[in-house]
Design a protein around this ligand. Sequence first.
Ligand code: GP9
Ligand code: MN
Length: 634
Amino acid sequence: MNKKWTMPKLSLVIIAIAFLWIKTYVSYYAAFSIQIDNMMQGIILFINPLSFLLLIFGVALFIKKERNRNIYVIATSTVLTLIIFSNMVFYRFFNDFITLPVLFQTSNFGDLGGSAFENIYWTDALYFIDILVLIAIVKLKPSFVGFRETAKINRRAYFLVAIATFFFNLGLAETERPQLLTRTFDREMLVKNIGTYNYHLYDVYLQSKQSAQRALADSSELVDVNNYVETKKIKSAGQYHGIAEGKNLIVVKLESTQNFVINNEMNGETVTPFLNSLTEDKDTIYMDNFYHQTEQGKTSDSEFLLDNSLYPLGRGAVFFTHSGNEYHTLTDSLNDEGYFTSAMHANNKSFWNRDIVYNNFGYDRYYSLPDYTVGEGEAVNWGMKDIPFFQQSVDHMKEMDQPFYSKMITLTNHHPFYLDEEDKFIEEYDSNSGTLNRYFQTVRYTDEAIKEFFTSLKESGLYEDSIIVMYGDHYGISENHNAAMSQYMDKEITPFESTQLQRVPMFIHVPGSDIGTTDHSLAGQIDLKPTIQNLMGIDTGNSIQFGQDIFSEENDDFVILRDGRFITEDLVYAGETCWDKETGEETDMEACAPFKERADEELAYNDEIIYGDLLRFYDAKNGRLIEDDTLVEE
Ligand code: GP9
Ligand code: MN
């Protein structure tokens, strides 16, 4: 038996590695628009796919039969290509990389329908060409590749090289980005430094670690969290306390609505005439400095913020990953006041795991798709149009016991922003981004729907006894459309501008209240729960939460976005840079440093609560820790 092994000149393994290496590298530029700031980053980006490819294809060296080895090589190439491909399509939609928890949200992917299709281009087929080449070699020209069994000693050498490549890569990455693996809010940074494949491995590791965290958590961990939360507590009731006490509470979550459309024009056309009129209305407070704080869980993250005044997670959707945790929600507090509580959204009930979560959050009823009649021409894009949705929702409200709380979720203004001809009230915009061009039209449509909703409420007689809160859930136009946005805004979209674009509109409308004003206070979705509770005259006393009542004078002007960016009175921290808010120019990092520490601390405490399911150790009514023993007795 010939034990001598020489690396064949054209081993299928080497060819497959070379193909995938090139392909992964090309995808960084072609599909993921990864930016390189210096030569070192360029080198890291180039070598980062290699270590993983060497390791995974190295397994082939243990396979003795040629046929099996070929099958392994081709199958591995296919799986890795599918990983790139799925990330690519996901990135086009979410401007982000897939995480394990998101991947398991399969029910959502099914429902993406037109959106997913919109994000697959025929040129994507090019990514699979190398696999065809590998198959062609094996089938048509097997002599092109040499095959030999691999001797133990050579395998060892091979794996040593692979492991050395891995540590070389990690070493370079650590010099470029210290603490890379411990500060992972930014997935792009991870992919840039350790490569797509190692990033996914790391994600699997994180996921397992988090599962262990809950099992190991105990009540003592709440002590530090509680001390921190105490420092944020507002002692006295804010202005407008109890102004809507006993009224019906209607919260409308406006899909993908960013603040830049309010009081703005597009080619001479008003985008949101009705919402604009509310900014001048005598009974409406309009907040124009209000930020969304969502991440991968998008709409569901905004709902999580509303109900809990906790941040969602940096990766995955908390609605999926921690749906069964103990929470002390806004809905619970309204239930305690005798409200009939419901959520209304004309979509599959399991989307974002809502049916499970709403139940846990305490909603008495979820009006989902089967509760609506979607007539001919009443569906577009992702499903039921907003206008009939609001109409039928008011019909449901008329049947409800009062006072009620209804959370309504609009849908028409969702990517890819398609409309039927008869629902287009204004023209498209004229940039190179069809997404942005259509966005103005769908926002305009939703504006019309809200106007009609107000009319129906008045006709139903419910209006006078209700308070209506409306907020945008997250951006509709991602950074992938910066060029088009830059054309519309007539300025360069720097990380500073991008952050300012994360503002979403927020309205509080209390009929007959005379509270009308435009409030410039700095606030975010995390403040919705305590603010609404204050308006409803509910004591927020002992809750563990990070938000503050917007209308309290003790409120601090500091908003933390879920990806670690933050906004203060004078500064914005974004893209690892400190920006002067007034000039929009870069400023000394020292100015941001103390805030950065606090932002990181707050997010870390938040994650401890969620990962450890710590609220199960806390009695929110009495503000007491529940010792483990008591828990066992229960
Ligand atoms: C789906 C709707 C949209 O039910 O809430 O969710 P999003 O994609 O915006 O998170
Ligand atoms: Mn949404």
